[in-house]
Ligand binder design. Structure first.
Ligand code: SF4
Length: 330
């Protein structure tokens, strides 16, 4: 069930840059342009999948939402309120926005019992302790498919998939509206991945949660997302409904990403392999020295002169969404 309130999260013209010092005593510095003018929104109960290669800026966007990095310019509004300015609203913000990180082996404190890991937010925010808190934690563990009597165990006694369920139970404790899922299944084997994704979908259906689902694998993002944004060198190249982006990608970069996704149909698989062989073999440009014009012009098989000088416009794509490209015949 997708809810229609489009205003839960609004990200407008977001830019995140880092100054990195180098040289003797750090006298020289250079700027890493991690995110460059990104816009998207997430409605209540909706999943927006953010996909791209390593270094595309997708995780930096998640960190900016969580206030783990500073926003350079632009706005992030959660429930219509700026995330950069939380005067007197920090506890509300922490309740509404939670996170599940990639690695369930390092994101859970190994010296804490499961009951304390999942129950800690309940103590901090609501002062719950003892039997009252244990009862709440037991209910949360059941919600994520774990036995309620496991609160006296340590994370090391669980498998990777079970640990990620513990991390999800902790994220659910404060009944958030939005969860940033930062590569939440990348460290898991394929069958465990699909179990965790099914759990996230079931929780969304039952609790009306929204997700920002960050991943490098377009196949994983497709199955959980209602809409997808494809990132390259800190910019959105294409967005649209998940099925449209997957079945009829418009942007050359999205098409390139899809050539790496295995498909069951051997004819399509052969076509994709042939397309992959046509691609120029070039390195990802450095985010300290971005190409002018279209950021993808150094790797694009369709690059024209205008692509090296002018930033491409966002063109609407039949079936929904847009692609930032000078080509007119998607
Ligand atoms: Fe390729 Fe030009 Fe489109 Fe960029 S704008 S994706 S370089 S055709």
């Amino acid at each position: 069930m997708v809810r229609t309130d489009p205003n839960l999260l609004q990200v407008t013209d977001l830019t995140v840059q880092f100054k990195v010092k180098r040289g003797l005593f750090g006298r020289d510095s250079y700027t890493v342009k991690a995110v460059n003018g990104v816009d998207f929104s997430i409605g209540a109960g909706e999943t927006f999948g953010l996909v791209g290669e390593s270094g595309s800026g997708k995780s930096t966007i998640g960190k900016a939402l969580l206030r783990l990095v500073d926003v350079t310019t632009g706005n992030i509004l959660l429930n219509g309120q700026p995330v950069q300015d939380l005067k007197g609203r920090m506890l509300d913000f922490r309740r509404d926005l939670q996170v599940v990180f990639q690695d369930p082996y390092s994101s859970l404190n190994p010296s804490m019992l499961v009951g304390d890991i999942v129950g800690e937010p309940l103590t901090i925010h609501y002062g719950l302790k003892g039997a009252e808190r244990d009862a709440k934690v037991a209910g949360l563990l059941e919600k994520v498919g774990l036995a309620s009597d496991q609160i006296e165990r340590f994370p090391s006694e669980f498998s990777g998939g079970q640990r990620q369920r513990i991390a999800i139970a902790r994220a659910l404790a404060l009944e958030p509206k939005l969860i940033v899922c930062d590569e939440p299944v990348s460290a898991l084997d394929v069958s465990t991945q699909s179990q965790v994704i099914s759990l996230l979908e079931e929780l969304q259906e039952n609790l009306g949660l929204a997700y920002l689902f960050i991943a490098h694998d377009l196949a994983v993002v497709r199955h959980i997302s209602h809409r997808i944004g494809v990132m390259y060198l800190g910019q959105l190249m294409e967005t649209g409904p998940a099925e449209r982006v997957y079945e009829a990608p418009a942007h050359p970069y999205t098409k390139m990403l899809l050539t790496a996704v295995p498909v069951a149909d051997p004819v399509i698989q052969k076509q994709r392999k042939a397309e992959r062989r046509k691609l120029p073999v070039t390195e990802l440009p450095s985010p300290t020295n971005l190409p002018t014009g279209c950021p993808f012009n150094t790797r694009c098989a369709h690059a024209m002169d205008i692509c090296r000088s002018d930033a491409p416009p966002r063109r609407e794509v039949a079936g929904g969404g847009w692609a930032a490209c000078h080509l007119t015949d998607f």
